[in-house]
Write a protein of this length. Structure first.
Length: 258
């Protein structure tokens, strides 16, 4: 059975457009046309905006709960419902630096949530504990640590969805990032004091993005070729568009944060 959404301001690549019917079936958009198909169930949107759902890859909590405080399916469901009210249809519950047993519990909870069909859960973001002490922001200094083989195996252990790991490139050994990538983990740099050459090596091993760029890393104003300068170098026209593994404006300098 097809459902057609009408009387909406539909966001297209050209901007907001009116007088269109967005037709769906089996959870997929089938067409965007001037008239709904014959026999479709009509839903009048009352002039509201109709646009793609937001995807948020750094969600520490919502609905009055934090993922670190209770890494459970129930917590994930509460977070997802809270963010869905504001247009987020896909998210990564995000765990900040904690002990590895908490990381393991969070990975199990996300696997169970996806198996249970909790709407919007795309995987997990593990932000730390492999971060720079100097750039830890809100992260508990007592939880920070170096990565090792056991941690790499744990980070690659999720059965469902995507796993995004934020780490400081200077806090891992050569080969650690490539081992994570080989295990299917998406690796981002963040909370880092790494210099230009260290970041270049990390990108060579598989780092594919930066978490809250310019926030909790060496500022662009310095002249010591740090993380932010490497990212700017990669934004030259012949190098494509910058990647954004986490939400927010990646080019606005902010205070030290999560």
């Amino acid at each position: 059975m097809e459902t057609a959404l009408v009387n909406a301001r539909v966001l297209l690549p050209q901007g907001l457009r009116e007088g269109l019917a967005v037709t769906m079936a089996d959870g997929r958009i089938r067409s965007v046309s001037s008239e709904p198909p014959a026999g479709a169930t009509i839903v009048d949107c009352g002039g509201a905006m109709l646009l793609p759902g937001f995807i948020d890859t750094q969600v520490n909590g919502g609905g009055g709960v934090l993922f670190n405080d209770a890494p459970t399916v129930e917590t994930i469901g509460t977070i997802a419902r809270a963010h869905r009210r504001f247009g987020t249809t896909g998210l990564l519950p995000t765990l900040i630096s904690d002990d590895l047993d908490v990381v393991a519990a969070a990975i199990r909870a996300v696997d169970d949530a996806i198996e249970a069909g909790v709407p919007g859960v795309l995987g997990i973001h593990i932000e730390g504990p492999f971060l720079s002490f100097a750039r830890r922001g809100i992260h508990d200094a007592a939880r920070l640590r170096r990565i090792d083989k056991d941690a790499i195996a744990l980070l690659g252990s999720a059965r469902h969805g995507k796993t995004l790991v934020t780490l400081a490139p200077e806090c891992v050994s050569p080969g650690d990032i490539s081992a994570l990538v080989a295990a299917g983990v998406i690796v981002a740099a963040g909370h880092s004091e790494a210099d230009y050459d260290v970041v270049r090596r990390a990108i060579g091993e598989g780092v594919s993005g930066f978490t809250h760029l310019f926030n909790a890393m060496s500022p662009r104003a310095r002249h010591d070729r740090r993380c932010a300068r490497r990212r700017s170098h990669d934004r030259r026209p012949d190098r494509g568009r910058p990647s954004r593994p986490s939400g927010g404006d990646p080019y606005r300098a902010q205070g030290e944060g999560a």
